[in-house]
Ligand binder design. Sequence first.
Ligand SMILES: [Mg+2]
Length: 174
Amino acid sequence: MKKRKLLVPDGMYQDIYEINTLLLSSLGKEGVIFDIDNTVAPYEILRPTKEMKDYFESLVNAGIKIAFVSNNKNDRAGIFNEELGFFCVPDASKPSPKGINRCIRHMGLERDKILLVGDQIFTDCIAAHRAKLDFFMVKPIKDKNTLFFKAKRFLERPFISIYRRLKVKNESRT
Ligand SMILES: [Mg+2]
């Protein structure tokens, strides 16, 4: 079985749009579970934009199953998902894997066919790895300008460095 490091992402991308159908099919992924805030949309965008809707549509058209898992409350996640209508777990308490496990059960796919996409190591990455899913990290769209967020981003740095070092090592091997 694949060995993952709890706090180290399995991939890093600029934004969700880089995680396209081509990449997903090359990895054999048939389902993607997305964090919402700062991964798909900044906090102040309440409903998906056309660009977001087009992106999700391209995934659905390629047969990819989609779900949302958010630590935010039901009204935020629910309003965002209203038009999209994907399976959605609000109040997910990540880094607990329980919300993710609900998504996995709903998707009915093997865990190695599902990817989790998020913007935070200490919630999304840990939760994904506890649920035995690969985790791709995207750049946070726009962080809240609070000390708490700044501290979190600072503490994430060593794990991002480990990811970069491992990537260089793997690339030099192939
Ligand atoms: Mg987030």
